[in-house]
Design a protein around this ligand. Structure first.
Ligand code: CA2
Length: 150
């Protein structure tokens, strides 16, 4: 049976690479998907790579991922206040990695103190922040190893 891993991106990340390159780099979400596909192939799992600007859609997708082999999520703007997204992540039975392209902790020092206050992190297995778009394939490496260790 093939294993399925969800990689979900939250609001505005459809514009990745097209806006604010000083914060998020110049790679687009398509480029990110291209970085991730070989990792999935190497570990032998199928990858559902998606982005949404809608909170209800994100909740539906996380519920779909509940019994998948893993979930990687960049909640973007949902990170700070979307309790239904948090509740859905809590129901996941699989490893969950929260990814942020930028270092939200560093940004909290220099920009806005709330930037580091992810409400999602309490429900995640682990968090990657500040490694740029490389955070996504690294999160998938972890999921691949977690699947192999089962
Ligand atoms: O660093 C990250 O990945 C963030 O999750 C990105 C969110 C931000 O609110 C978080 O604090 C950290 C913002 C995503 C907005 O999407 C854009 C992407 C590229 C250009 C402009 C906006």
């Amino acid at each position: 049976m093939s294993k399925l891993v969800y990689l979900l991106n939250g609001p505005n990340l459809n514009l990745l690479g097209l806006r604010e390159p000083h914060l998020y780099g110049s790679k687009t979400l398509k480029d990110v998907e291209a970085l991730c596909r070989p990792v999935a192939e190497r570990h032998g799992f199928d990858l559902e790579f998606r982005q949404t600007n809608r909170e209800y859609e994100m909740v539906d997708w996380i519920q779909e991922a509940r019994q998948a082999a893993g979930l990687v999520i960049n909640p973007a703007g949902f990170t700070y206040n979307a309790v239904p997204v948090l509740d859905a992540i809590k129901m996941c039975e699989c490893p969950v990695v929260e990814v942020h392209i930028s270092n939200i902790h560093k940004r909290a020092e220099t920009e806005a103190h709330w930037r580091a206050d992810s409400i999602m992190s309490a429900a995640a297995t682990g968090v990657i922040a500040g490694l740029g778009v490389q955070g996504y394939p690294l999160a998938l490496e972890y999921i691949g190893q977690a699947i192999a260790a089962q």
